[in-house]
Ligand binder design. Sequence first.
Ligand SMILES: [Zn+2]
Ligand SMILES: [Zn+2]
Length: 328
Amino acid sequence: MNIRSAPRTLAVATTALLALGGVTACSDDGPAGADPQRVDVVAAFYPLQFLAERIGGDAVKVSNLVKPGAEPHDLELNPGQVGQVAEAELVVLLKGFQPALDEAVEQNAKDRAFDVSTVQPLMDAAAGGHDHDHEGGEHAHPGESGKAEEPGHEEGGTKDPHLWLDPTRLATVGDKLAERLGQADPDRAADYTARAGALRAELEKLDAEFTAGLKTCQRREIVVSHTAFGYLTERYKLEQIGITGLSPENEPAPQRLAEVAQEAREHKATTIFFETLVSPKVAETIAAEVGAKTAVLDPLEGLSTGGGDYLSVMRTNLATLRTALNCS
Ligand SMILES: [Zn+2]
Ligand SMILES: [Zn+2]
């Protein structure tokens, strides 16, 4: 029985779930979802979908709550998606990233959730991600101050959620996800562990490519549209200058645009980066002002229509960075 197809109100969904309680959700003895052969996994957004599919393989059925091409930060759930969460055998989410999902999980799937933010401590969100004391840079920027200038942090305060942009962190999350899948589906625990190991090898190879590719560059500052790249810049010793803060929706104030343009000039940036899922307008404005180009640096919050997967998009990002930063 497929109770997932028809849109319905929350009240109806709740009633349906109560009626089906013994059949779908809330079963204590192993996988018992709509497809009894496979574990029903709901992923909060693309990189978590990627992990679940790679580690789960044929043994899982993964659905992503964010539609292709949509920006995941401000995910809102329709009643059908709340039902999906309630029915899932495992919900993979990053608490603090999508408050609506946090709430739905709290109410409907508390014991079937895997929160990837618990795997390793999240980094503090640096204001604008650009700290001149950090890498021995001596010059100070009086106007470049802290978080108070960035309104609208609704992501649990000062923690940066974008952990997937460090491939080694993603590998560690993958290992833990394999454990969690193994608890949900003990018969295939060894398969999950093996696939997580294979994925770890691929992610470590990617990490080595980034380390080597960004080792010697003429510049190390990247001007980006929102400060999604803190884990990447931390790992590979770059510095991000974010036009907006942790969420792409924040409308930058004219003063912030002027500061960023000033930074771009000072660090001789040749490229202002924008994202596939967000309008390039602001990046284009700054680029025109300082005489730079624009290019896509993809924070992988979703897959754009260009396709590929986490690994291929990250390799495209690496090539883009090497060009923009004049790496040898
Ligand atoms: Zn983001
Ligand atoms: Zn600077």
